[in-house]
Design a protein around this ligand. Structure first.
Ligand SMILES: NC(=O)c1ccc[n+]([C@@H]2O[C@H](COP(=O)([O-])OP(=O)(O)OC[C@H]3O[C@@H](n4cnc5c(N)ncnc54)[C@H](O)[C@@H]3O)[C@@H](O)[C@H]2O)c1
Length: 312
């Protein structure tokens, strides 16, 4: 299979690319910029293209040139960056999604897999949130996720496009960037693993659903590969586990007794985190295409620390 990954230079994009390359797929990464540190283990194994999702010409040109069978549409401004730059977020996350779907229609891309988010739900939702529930986000990031889900469903209905979206929880793993308000879940492991103090920007009681990046990548590949006949819908909740910030800190302290973890809530970040669900019900994903996360909180912290030390 020929795959194009938008936002392919990012955290999940690179991990997904590795998984696809390992199974023999031909992968091109599209991103607005690639890290000067290079592509690490992906170097020489994937093609790269620089392009701006907010420009239809860049997206069209990438899809016309690569002619992918499938697009994994990951490119976006993440939650905190989007709230700080709502106009850019509109152009990248909303216009960009339209451009990816329209280019996919024009060049007959068979499947478009999209990374939606828990942020597509607004505050005041049940715990856990059912797969089908009002999506009334209060952030531009969340609005952009709902927009893309609904537009993808329209392309599926009108043009038969294989659009599939996963509502991802906060994804943990070495190499994750800091653009999301949920990134505290990474820093609370990463900094102690490096012997550095960490100030968590939300309250100890804060609880959001999490998933280790290897499971997230497996979810994206599995939903991509699932036969159309098995799917009862286009957009699926998935999650792994759902600890409080305090429980995460305690699990880190159990491994690194000298860890310096303090809680210094930032009202803006707390408001974003509080606008998200505490947990997601992912029963339809389990029933339709066999979703099953394999890595719990302990496994996540152990793997994260091994990866951060370069031993995994
Ligand atoms: N990381 C998480 O916890 C999480 C949770 C839920 C959903 N998601 C979604 O998963 C996707 C990937 O997230 P990630 O953690 O890998 O983020 P990331 O920031 O590491 O990757 C996003 C990539 O998009 C690229 N990008 C931004 N603007 C662009 C533009 N105008 N044109 C082209 N590329 C552009 C960035 O350069 C970056 O490489 C995003 O859609 C995000 O909303 C992530």
């Amino acid at each position: 299979m020929k795959a194009l990954i938008t936002g392919g230079g990012g955290f999940i994009g690179q991990m997904l690319a590795k998984r696809l390359v390992d199974r023999g797929d031909e992968v091109t990464l599209l991103d607005i910029a690639f890290s000067s540190a290079g592509l690490g283990p992906l170097a020489g194994k994937v093609k790269t293209r620089t392009g701006n999702l907010a420009l239809f010409t860049d997206v069209l040109d990438a899809v016309r040139t690569v002619r992918p069978d499938s697009i994994f549409h990951l490119g976006a401004l993440l939650s905190a960056s989007a709230e700080a730059n709502p106009i850019s977020a509109y152009h990248v996350n909303i216009d960009g999604s339209f451009f990816v779907l329209e280019a996919s229609r024009l060049f007959e891309v068979k499947r478009v897999i999209y990374t939606s988010s828990i942020a597509s739900f607004g505050p005041g939702v049940p715990d856990p949130v059912p797969n089908e529930f009002d999506q009334k986000p209060t952030t531009i990031y969340g609005v952009s996720k709902v927009f893309t889900e609904r537009l993808g469903e329209y392309y599926h209905r009108e043009f038969g496009m294989g659009f599939r979206a996963l509502r991802l929880p906060s994804i943990l793993g070495a190499g994750r960037g800091g653009g999301g308000a949920s990134a505290y879940t990474t820093y609370v492991i990463d900094k102690p693993a490096r012997g550095e103090p960490v100030q968590v920007w939300c309250e100890e009681r804060s609880r959001i659903p999490l998933l280790y990046v290897d499971d997230a990548v497996q979810g994206l590949v599995s939903v991509h590969d699932a036969p159309e006949a098995k799917l009862t819908r286009c957009s699926y909740n998935i999650q792994g586990f759902s600890p409080t910030a305090r429980e995460m800190a305690d699990a880190v302290r159990a491994r690194i007794p000298k860890a310096q973890i303090s809680f210094v809530p930032d009202p803006k970040m707390q408001a974003i985190v509080d606008s998200w669900p505490r947990a997601l019900d992912d029963t339809p994903a389990r029933n339709d295409w066999g979703w099953h996360p394999t890595i719990d909180l302990s496994g996540t912290i152990d793997r994260y620390m091994a990866a951060a030390r370069g031993s995994a």
